[in-house]
Ligand binder design. Structure first.
Ligand SMILES: *[C@@H]1O[C@H](CO)[C@@H](O)[C@H](O)[C@H]1NC(C)=O
Ligand SMILES: *[C@@H]1O[C@H](CO)[C@@H](O)[C@H](O)[C@H]1NC(C)=O
Ligand SMILES: *[C@@H]1O[C@H](CO)[C@@H](O)[C@H](O)[C@H]1NC(C)=O
Ligand SMILES: *[C@@H]1O[C@H](CO)[C@@H](O)[C@H](O)[C@H]1NC(C)=O
Ligand SMILES: *[C@@H]1O[C@H](CO)[C@@H](O)[C@H](O)[C@H]1NC(C)=O
Ligand SMILES: *[C@@H]1O[C@H](CO)[C@@H](O)[C@H](O)[C@H]1NC(C)=O
Ligand SMILES: *[C@@H]1O[C@H](CO)[C@@H](O)[C@H](O)[C@H]1NC(C)=O
Ligand SMILES: *[C@@H]1O[C@H](CO)[C@@H](O)[C@H](O)[C@H]1NC(C)=O
Length: 419
C-alpha cells in the first residue's frame, strides 16, 4: 500500500472529526477576519480607536507575536515567501497562522492553528514556540525543518494535531510529544528519528500514530496492545521481533495496521483475526513464517490484505478469500502451496489479487520446485517458535496474565457475499 508523505486521507472517522475541528478553526478565523473588517469599516467614524489596530489585541497574541518573530529569525530559507508577511503585531494576518476565540474566554482571540504544509521552509523550531500555549493544530508537513523539537513544546497543552512529517528532524524519538495531554494525531513520518520507541507511546490516547520512514529500531514496547489508536503506520523502520499476541487488545479500535518492511519475524498470531474492525492489514516485506491463521476469516471489514514478500507457507484459506469486503489480496513472494476453494479464482469474486512467486502448482509465474522444496521440507512450528527475539515486539510484558486466551480453532464459517 502507498505511504504518502502528506497527511493520509485513508482513515475516516478520526480524520473527519479532525477536519471538522480544522474547518471550525478556519471558519472561526474567517469570522475573526470578517469581524476585523467590519470593525474597521465602523472605525472610519471613530478615528480615536483606529490606532489600536496596530497594537496586539491581547497579551496572548502578544506572546504569539514574540514566538513567531523568534521563529522567523531561525528560518533560513523560505522559497514560497510564506513568512514574508510575518511582520508587525497582527499575527492573525500572517500566512499560515490561524486565530480563533480562546477556549476559556470566547471574547479573547488567540493563535489556534499554524499550517505551513508544503512550505519547503528550512530552519529550526525555537524554544519560544512554547509561548504558543493556545495552539490546537501544528502542521509542518513537507518542509526542511531540522534539529530536534524544543522541550518547551510541552507547554502546548491544547495541541490536538501535530504533523511534522517529511522534514529533517533527527535524534531520538521526540518524547516531548508524550507530555501533550490533548494530542490525538501524531505524524512524524519521513524524518530521521532513530533509536527505540518509548513505552509510554502506547498508553497515550492517540487516535492515529504515523511513524513510517524513520530510523527507529531496537524494539516496540510490549504494551503495544494498550494503544487506543485506530491507525498505526510503522512501515520502513527496523523494529524486528514478532507481532505480539497482545495485539488482540486493540480489537475495539484498530482499523489500519501497516507494518511494511519493519523486520517482523515469527508467525502471525491467531489474535490478528480478532481485530474485527480492521480494514487494512499490511505486513509485506518482512520475514514472517508459517501459515495464514484461519482466524483471519473473522475480519469481516477487511478491504486490503497484503502478506507479500515474506516466507509464509501452507494453504491460502477459503475463509479469507470469502471475506465480504475484501478488495485486494496480495500474497505474492511467499511459499504457499495450495489455494483453497474460491481462492483459486479470485477474479470471479472481483478481488484484485497477486499470487505470483509462490509454490502453487496450477498457477503461472511460480517459484521453482527446488526453491519450494527447500522451504517446505522444513516446516515451522509456530508454537515452538517462541516470540522472544532480541529487541523485538514479543517481550516479557506481553505474556501471560494480561493477554486473554483465544481459541486456536477456526472461527465460525462466514457466509460469502453474493456476487
Ligand atoms: C493491491 O495491493 C497491492 C499491495 O498493497 C498494491 O501494490 C496494488 O496496487 C493494489 N492494487 C489495486 C488495484 O489497488
Ligand atoms: C518571494 O519574494 C522574493 C523577493 O521579494 C521574490 O523575488 C520571489 O519571486 C518571491 N517568490 C514567490 C514564490 O513568490
Ligand atoms: C489584516 O487583514 C485584514 C483583511 O485582509 C485587513 O483588513 C486588515 O487591515 C489587516 N490588518 C493589519 C493590521 O494589517
Ligand atoms: C507557557 O505558556 C504560558 C502562557 O499560558 C506562558 O506564560 C509561559 O511563558 C509559557 N512557557 C514557556 C516555557 O514557553
Ligand atoms: C504507561 O505504561 C508504562 C508501563 O506499562 C508505565 O510505566 C507508565 O507509567 C504508563 N504511563 C501512563 C501515562 O499511564
Ligand atoms: C526497508 O527499510 C529500510 C530502512 O529500514 C530501507 O533501507 C529499505 O529500502 C526498505 N525496503 C523496501 C523494500 O522498501
Ligand atoms: C473463474 O470464474 C469465472 C466466472 O466466475 C469463469 O469465467 C472462469 O473460467 C473461472 N476461471 C477458472 C480458472 O476457473
Ligand atoms: C524476559 O524474561 C527473561 C526470563 O525471565 C529474562 O531473562 C529477560 O531479561 C527478560 N527480558 C526483558 C526484556 O525483560
Amino acid at each position: 500500500m502507498a505511504l504518502p508523505s502528506s497527511s493520509s486521507s485513508s482513515f475516516s472517522t478520526c480524520v473527519l472529526f479532525l477536519l471538522l475541528l480544522t474547518l471550525s478553526c478556519f471558519f472561526n478565523n474567517l469570522n475573526a477576519k470578517h469581524n476585523v473588517a467590519t470593525n474597521h469599516n465602523r472605525r472610519h467614524h471613530h478615528p480615536h480607536q483606529h490606532h489600536t489596530q496596530n497594537t496586539p489585541l491581547n497579551s496572548r497574541l502578544d506572546q504569539a507575536f514574540l514566538a513567531l518573530q523568534a521563529w522567523k529569525n531561525v528560518i533560513y530559507s523560505d522559497p514560497k515567501n510564506f513568512t514574508a508577511n510575518w511582520v508587525g503585531p497582527s499575527v492573525c494576518n500572517y500566512t499560515g497562522v490561524y486565530c480563533a476565540p480562546s477556549q476559556d474566554n470566547s471574547k479573547e482571540t488567540v493563535v489556534a492553528g499554524i499550517d505551513l504544509n508544503h512550505g519547503d521552509i528550512a530552519g529550526f523550531l525555537p524554544t519560544e514556540l512554547g509561548l504558543l500555549a493556545d495552539l490546537a493544530l501544528l502542521h509542518l508537513n513537507s518542509n526542511r525543518f531540522c534539529g530536534i523539537l524544543p522541550r518547551t513544546l510541552s507547554n502546548l497543552t491544547l495541541l490536538h494535531e501535530l504533523d511534522l512529517s517529511n522534514n529533517r528532524f533527527v535524534g531520538p524519538f521526540p518524547n516531548v510529544v508524550l507530555s501533550l495531554p490533548s494530542l490525538r494525531y501524531l505524524d512524524i513520518r519521513f524524518n530521521e528519528f532513530e533509536g527505540s520507541l518509548p513505552v509510554d507511546l502506547f498508553n497515550k490516547s492517540f487516535d492515529a500514530i504515523f511513524l513510517n520512514n524513520n530510523r527507529l529500531s531496537s524494539s516496540i514496547p510490549g504494551n503495544f496492545g494498550r494503544s487506543s489508536a485506530s491507525v498505526l503506520v510503522f512501515a520502513n523502520n527496523r523494529f524486528g521481533g514478532c507481532l505480539p499476541e497482545s495485539i488482540v487488545n486493540l480489537a475495539e479500535t484498530l482499523e489500519e495496521l501497516v507494518m511494511i518492511n519493519t523486520s517482523l519475524s515469527g508467525c502471525l498470531p491467531q489474535q490478528v483475526g480478532f481485530l474485527y474492525k480492521l480494514r487494512v492489514f499490511d505486513v509485506s516485506f518482512n520475514k514472517i513464517v508459517g501459515p495464514i491463521p484461519y482466524s483471519l476469516a473473522g475480519l469481516s471489514h477487511l478491504e486490503q490484505l497484503n502478506l507479500a514478500h515474506n516466507i509464509m507457507t501452507g494453504i491460502v484459506p477459503m475463509g479469507v478469500c470469502e471475506l465480504p469486503n475484501l478488495e485486494n489480496f496480495t500474497f505474492s513472494y511467499n511459499f504457499f502451496c495450495e489455494e483453497e476453494g474460491i481462492c483459486q479464482n479470485l477474479t470471479s469474486k472481483r478481488i484484485v489479487f497477486d499470487d505470483r512467486r509462490n509454490c502453487l502448482p496450477e498457477k503461472p509465474l511460480q517459484r521453482s520446485k527446488k526453491e519450494c522444496n527447500a522451504v517446505n521440507e522444513n516446516p515451522v512450528d509456530c508454537i515452538e517458535l517462541c516470540c522472544i527475539t532480541e529487541g523485538g515486539f514479543g517481550n516479557n510484558v506481553t505474556t501471560s496474565s494480561s493477554v486473554p486466551t483465544m481459541p486456536i480453532s477456526a472461527p465460525p464459517f462466514i457466509a460469502p457475499s453474493q456476487p
